[in-house]
Design a protein around this ligand. Structure first.
Ligand code: ADP
Ligand code: MG
Length: 256
């Protein structure tokens, strides 16, 4: 299948008064339509930098990136960035409002999403009146409202406590899977990556390189996060990825 996004030998360094910080080194990968790809890597290795490059917020220093410029990118971040002075309804319409795209068809689409994701009854509430999980759903609806061709998720669940996180990530994961959206999830949580993604790529410590790639497949439906975690194959995936990640963490610190 034709990839919708393709990166080849992408490198990036930050430059400031203190000097140069290489963040990405020769990153290459492709994403096909409908695929759910996850990246895991140690904190500070360059994960968010990678997403910023894909989103077009940063220009790569070298390498090439191919992504249809007519495509729309939806971005979901660690904090839901819902505005407290707006109702949930006003929040989920924000993207359309900013893009001057408030057509009846688009508004109907958002209302449908609110209904589908069980938030319609809460549409006139303020964000603080909702649970963490509902807020993330609202953030997802706001992102989906612009009908993105590619969803970029930068540790979207890491602000949630452990238990909420497991159910919310499964919930959001299922919604994305059911809509057939192409998604790239960045996380430092191995379990999250293995339960949600079709493929996991392990990044090395900074500057990030792609050091290992693992296709994920289960024979059961991914409806419940616990049933996935109880499979043998989950455990095998976990051990494989854990080994790759901890190799990097246990290396002695080099001076530079
Ligand atoms: P991650 O998301 O994996 O935690 P980031 O991509 O945010 O990592 O950052 C990678 C590295 O680049 C880190 O060491 C970070 O300190 C550095 N960095 C990030 N943003 C900037 C910036 N604007 N200027 C200089 N260095 C930065
Ligand atoms: Mg980050």
């Amino acid at each position: 299948m034709q990839p919708i996004l393709s990166l080849e030998n992408i490198s990036y360094s930050y430059h400031n008064l203190k000097g140069e910080t290489p963040a990405l080194s020769k990153i290459s990968f492709q994403v096909t339509e409908g695929e759910f790809l996850a990246f895991v890597g140690p904190s500070g290795c360059g994960k968010s930098t990678l997403l910023s490059i894909i989103a077009g917020l940063l220009e790569p220093e070298s390498g090439s990136l191919s992504f249809d410029t007519a495509s729309t990118v939806g971005y979901m971040l660690q904090h839901d960035h819902l505005f407290e002075w707006r109702t949930i309804y006003q929040n989920v319409l924000l993207g359309l409002e900013l893009n001057k795209n408030m057509t009846k068809e688009n508004i109907d689409f958002v209302v449908q999403l609110l209904q589908d994701y069980g938030l319609y009854a809460f549409k006139d509430k303020k964000p603080s009146e909702l649970s963490g999980g509902m807020r993330q759903r609202a953030a997802l609806i706001r992102t989906m409202a612009i009908r993105p061709d590619l969803l970029l998720l930068d540790e979207p669940f890491s602000a949630l406590d452990f238990q909420t996180r497991m159910t919310v990530s499964a919930d959001i994961g299922n919604i994305i899977r059911n809509t057939g959206k192409t998604a790239i999830l960045i996380t430092h949580d191995l379990s999250e990556a293995i339960t949600l993604a079709d493929r996991v790529i392990v990044l090395s410590k900074r500057p990030a390189t792609t050091k290992y790639e693992l296709p994920i497949h289960y024979d059961i439906e991914r409806t419940s996060p616990l049933s996935i975690r109880n499979t043998d194959v989950y455990q095998t995936y976990f051990n494989l990825l854990w080994k790759e990640l901890s190799d990097d963490l246990s290396e002695p610190k080099t001076q530079n």
